[in-house]
Design a protein around this ligand. Structure first.
Ligand code: FES
Ligand SMILES: [Fe+2]
Length: 343
């Protein structure tokens, strides 16, 4: 496998599970950022994510570890660890081993999902995962949408996809016509890459015969770092989506996609109807068309951009660079400065 020329250890929030996968008392094994991890849910309902190995003699807590109250108990010698990875009990000694700590990760649980904050330098989170509803500030809530779990999700494991590929969709107007078969190339109405959370809005339509001039629909997206985006459509099938790409190792990432379809007005608060299901399937199909490209793409640096593409890609790649541990100075080395128009 080819290693992408971009770091697979970016800083930010990354989805590691859907909430429904980890019930109270569950211990869930996972592998991200080249590490064996466990996620477990305490009796009070809080999720903890930490390295999988017990600091005592190295048992894997995901094989036989169990939750008691707000602690996880190692299956090997019964040592107990809290959500911060602190040892709180050695069952055959008077005192816990206060000096030892299992590496744990900041966790956010929202949008039906569990995210961890990853930063190789161990810095605390400096931005938040945007709430699927509150972040768009339009008064809509989860009750206005069919619940996405189960059914309106896509999970693809260990694809050769780097999280940045998917963010580049936000400046890549030309792909919509070819990958998503839109009748015209969308026009971006907002590109704001000034902070770690970026905003991209564009006009788009799927109905044949629609033109940019008469289109009355579009998409707004909020990108929180490289791992997590939320999108909202307007003027067409009401939907919100959350694509999330999480590095597994130096070559591959897991891809998750969650789709909320807007209920028809006046409809009761039920599970997805046939309409809801078929709309979700359509939205997922569009995303799969992207995944098919990304999974086989080779990162092009410097890319052969057309004059119209230059500014957008430069802005996106400059923004993305802030999340890499070895971030070059903006006019420094690899990646960015190398983005060049072909003309
Ligand atoms: S290895 Fe975990 S308690 Fe001994
Ligand atoms: Fe796309």
């Amino acid at each position: 496998m080819a290693k992408p020329p971009l770091s697979m250890k970016p800083t930010g929030w990354f989805q590691v599970a859907w909430s429904a996968e980890i019930g109270v008392g569950d211990v869930h094994r996972m592998h991200y950022f080249g590490r064996e991890l466990i996620a477990w849910r305490s009796a009070a309902g809080d999720v903890a994510v930490m390295d999988a190995y017990c600091e005592h003699l190295g048992a894997h807590l995901g094989y036989g570890g169990h939750v008691e109250g707000d602690r996880i108990v190692c299956p090997f010698h019964g040592w107990e660890w809290n959500r911060d990875g602190r040892n709180v009990c050695v069952p055959y000694e008077k005192h816990p081993n206060k000096g030892r700590r299992i590496r744990s990760y900041p966790v956010a649980e929202l949008n039906e999902s569990i995210f961890i904050w990853h930063d190789v330098e161990g810095r605390p989170p400096y931005f938040d995962v945007p709430d699927m509803f509150a972040a768009f500030g339009d008064g809509k809530t989860a009750a206005d949408y069919y619940p996405p779990i189960p059914g309106a999700t896509l999970f693809r494991e260990q694809l050769e996809i780097h999280p940045q590929y998917i963010m580049e969709n936000g400046v890549d107007f030309a792909h919509f016509k070819f990958v998503h078969k839109t009748p015209f190339m969308p026009e971006f109405t907002r590109h704001d890459f000034s902070g770690p959370i970026s905003f991209v809005d564009f006009t788009i339509a799927f109905d044949e015969g629609t033109t940019l001039e008469n289109a009355t629909s579009g998409v707004e997206s909020i990108n929180a770092g490289l791992g997590c985006s939320i999108t909202k459509s307007w003027g067409m099938v009401e939907n919100r989506t959350m694509p999330a790409v999480t590095p597994v190792d130096e070559h591959t990432s897991d891809v998750r996609f969650t789709v909320w379809i807007g209920r028809k007005p006046g409809e009761e608060n039920t599970g997805p109807t046939q309409y809801g299901k078929s709309m979700a399937a359509f939205v997922i199909e569009q995303f799969e068309a992207d995944v098919h490209i990304w999974a086989h793409q080779r990162y092009s640096d410097p890319p052969a951009l057309s004059p119209k593409e230059f500014a957008g890609f430069r802005a996106l790649r400059t923004w993305a660079a802030q999340f890499y541990p070895d971030t070059p100075a903006p006019n420094g080395a690899t990646g960015l400065s190398a983005v060049r128009s072909h003309s």
